[in-house]
Write a protein that binds this ligand. Structure first.
Ligand SMILES: Cc1cc2nc3c(=O)[nH]c(=O)nc-3n(C[C@H](O)[C@H](O)[C@H](O)COP(=O)(O)O)c2cc1C
Length: 298
């Protein structure tokens, strides 16, 4: 089967992905990607954060380069859930793709409104972004407090029958505690990591380069942090874990599967090389052939 990594299809909360590779939220555009690869080569497509109403995002500049990654402070700019359903989701589902919708909100009720609207569509799974470092209210404010995570997960679960993946932040002292709170509140799966809060300064002005002040660090620089967190979390919970953070090659993806992830997401790599997600599927196949089916270490 095209896109088969040699590990067969992956069943995540009852949803069948033909291989364990998806896109990381906020880094995939259907219109751009089809110029470089066939998105049906991936196990699933995860789309960018969608909120109940359109969000403008943060002022420019929103991106700064770093030696082994990038800082972004996009601030979840999006056209709102109604537009998402009518346009992006409709386009992706017409192609027969498995779609994971990344859900954003400022308050619990906003996450619920989006989840409820998506519940009535053919979207396959929801991913709750309780970990965005770039919005003033909501986002990371939920993801760093186990009680707040539990509250938003419980509320969303009561308003949707779709499987709910909870996306965790690395900007915490105890990621396992947050993961267990999400699982206890009913999360069907967990994904991690979102970006790490960082900053760069302009040497001439002494001021932050990003208009938002801080931004989220992603790319190869964060991979060891992500692998460590996936390793810890996957041993502490019973639900499936989707790993991401700095995956640039199939061998990087294989490392996350060894750490305990059942699937992986490719983000920043696709901003450098638009064909990266499909390339990583092929390279993961080669890694499985070379090293054998990933067996999680002790
Ligand atoms: C430009 C950009 C936009 C992002 N937008 C979202 C988003 O909408 N929702 C979300 O949960 N994560 C978002 N993220 C985080 C990524 O999905 C991913 O968790 C993170 O970048 C780490 O993976 P990577 O190093 O492969 O990029 C974004 C990241 C980038 C670089």
């Amino acid at each position: 089967m095209k896109g088969d990594t040699g590990m067969g299809a992956t069943n995540i909360c009852g949803v069948i992905w033909k291989n364990p590779v998806t896109t990381a939220a906020g880094t995939f555009s259907y219109r751009e990607s089809v110029k470089y690869y066939d998105p049906s080569a991936l196990g699933a497509i995860t789309t960018k954060g969608v909120s109940p109403t359109p969000w403008k995002g943060n002022p420019l500049p929103r991106i700064a380069e770093t030696p082994a990654g990038m800082l972004n402070a996009v601030g979840l700019e999006n056209p709102g859930v109604d537009d998402y359903i009518e346009n992006e989701l409709a386009t992706l589902k017409k192609q027969g793709l498995v779609v994971v919708a990344n859900v954003a909100g400022h308050q619990v009720e906003e996450y619920c409104q989006v989840a409820e609207k998506l519940s009535a569509t053919d979207v396959d799974m929801l991913e709750l972004n309780v970990s965005c470092p770039n919005v003033a209210e909501g986002g990371l404010a939920f993801g760093t407090d186990p009680k707040a995570v539990a509250e938003v997960v419980t509320a969303v679960k009561s308003r949707t029958r779709k499987p709910v993946i909870v996306k965790l932040s690395p900007n915490v002292a105890d990621v396992v505690g947050i993961a267990q709170a999400a699982e206890a509140a009913g999360a069907d799966a967990l994904s991690l990591i979102n970006t790490l809060v960082g900053m760069r300064l302009d040497l001439a002005t002494g001021r932050p380069i990003l208009a938002n002040g801080t931004g989220g660090l992603s790319g190869p620089a964060v991979k060891p942090v992500a692998v460590r967190m996936v390793y810890q979390v996957s041993r502490a919970v019973g639900v499936p874990v989707i790993g991401m953070g700095g995956i640039m090659t199939g061998e990087d993806a294989y490392e996350f599967l060894l750490a305990g992830a059942v699937a992986v997401a490719v983000g920043t790599a696709a901003l450098l090389d638009p064909a990266a997600p499909a390339r990583i599927v092929r390279e993961l196949e080669a890694a499985v052939e070379k090293y054998g089916a990933p067996r999680r270490g002790a």
